[in-house]
Design a protein around this ligand. Structure first.
Ligand code: PMP
Length: 355
């Protein structure tokens, strides 16, 4: 152990991101990136922002981007917070809102960054088990709690909670902050954004990394009551006043303005998801119903770890979590039809070899 580390650095159990290897001809289906490029208008805006003006600090309030997001989501700029990826927005949310006297509640199977932020920000939490079919029951959250966070659709299961349930959850817990992480909602979930105006305890967190194919730009945002947004801004301005560079602000704004391209690529991914699901089922895999750009699937008689390792040998990368309840599953990002064909061929190969 290095003697210079703080107690905090020693105790942290950091999140492990999916690998980003450089393997020739790799089919990369492990980190839920888009298989399609970002909007050409976003790329043009990023190139235009790469100018002499980069000697200046960016707008620390990201006013143009926040105004564009506000108009797009029918709220005001005071309802919008932007950050360096939704991971950063979530980290600030833990410090600004989810740190309460009573424990924070989240599902036992959900985004594995939540316990990491909790540790970093000193938030006490309890996990609430999903049911046997990996669904969230809001009745299970009726217990002592200081705050709640859910991912909807959930990750890594891909399963969406109906809007009526989200609304009931937000109402039943009106005395505490409720955060809904909608990283994947564009692919088929029902957004809680229409509830924001009526519920000052609701914060909705979004990302441009998945449905807008801008994972490399690092832009996420949150929408909620101005009072909640003010708390996030206080934390941000105690951490880094300029989380979004000028190129990121420009690219993100242009992406929001290119609705036609956005809708076309969403339709592509949703169509590819249906094809991938049918293909996996034909190979005998059980596939959970996905409202996201990935599927969560398992094959009886095979361990998830072995399947992931075998696929990696065949240059197909998927995500496996060696964790209770989900160790049998693979989380597979929806790719292009060509990538799906490579995945299915590799899986078919391995299943045939095991017979
Ligand atoms: N929330 C969920 C549920 C996710 O799966 C991810 C992606 N790992 C994120 C948030 C963070 O995404 P980003 O930081 O790229 O916005």
């Amino acid at each position: 152990m290095n003697p210079y580390w703080s107690a905090l650095a020693r105790e942290l159990k950091p999140y492990v991101p999916g690998e980003q290897p450089r393997i020739a001809d790799l089919v990369k289906l492990n980190t839920n990136e888009s298989p399609y490029p970002p909007s050409p208008r976003a790329l043009a805006a990023i190139r235009a922002a790469a100018s002499d003006d980069l000697r200046l600090y960016p707008d620390h309030e990201a006013r143009r981007l926040r105004a564009t997001l506000a108009a797009y989501h029918d709220v005001t700029p005071e309802n919008v917070f932007v950050g360096n990826g939704s991971d950063e927005v979530l980290a600030h949310t833990f410090a600004a809102l989810l740190s309460q006297e009573k424990p924070l509640l989240f599902a036992d199977v959900t985004y594995s960054f939540y316990p990491v932020y909790a540790q970093l920000t000193g938030v006490r939490f309890e996990t609430v088990p999903l049911d046997a079919s990996m669904r969230l029951n809001i009745a299970d959250y009726r217990r002592p709690r200081g705050a709640i966070i859910i991912a909807n659709p959930n990750a890594p299961t891909g399963i969406a909670l109906p809007l009526a349930d989200v609304a009931a959850l937000v109402e039943q817990h009106a005395d505490v902050p409720v955060v809904v992480d909608e990283a994947y909602v564009d692919f088929g979930g029902e957004s809680a954004l229409p509830l924001v105006k009526r519920h000052p305890n609701l914060l909705v967190v979004r990302t441009m990394s998945k449905s807008r194919a801008l994972a490399g730009l690092r832009v996420g945002y949150a929408i909620g009551d101005a009072g909640l947004i003010e708390a996030l801004t206080r934390v941000k301005d105690s951490f880094n006043s300029y989380p979004l560079g000028a190129t990121a602000q420009a690219g993100a704004t242009a992406s929001i303005e290119d609705e036609a391209y956005f809708q076309a690529r969403l339709a592509d991914v949703i169509r590819n998801r249906a094809e991938m699901t049918v293909g996996l089922q034909a190979l005998g895999l059980e596939v959970l119903p996905s409202a996201t750009n990935f599927v969560f699937a398992r094959k009886s008689g095979f361990s998830g770890g072995d399947l992931a390792a075998g696929l990696r040998e065949r240059a197909v990368l998927v995500r496996h979590f060696a964790k209770p309840r989900i160790a049998d599953y693979l989380r597979i990002t929806v790719g292009t039809p060509e990538q799906t064909a490579r995945l299915l061929a590799a899986l078919g190969d391995m299943i045939a070899a095991a017979k």
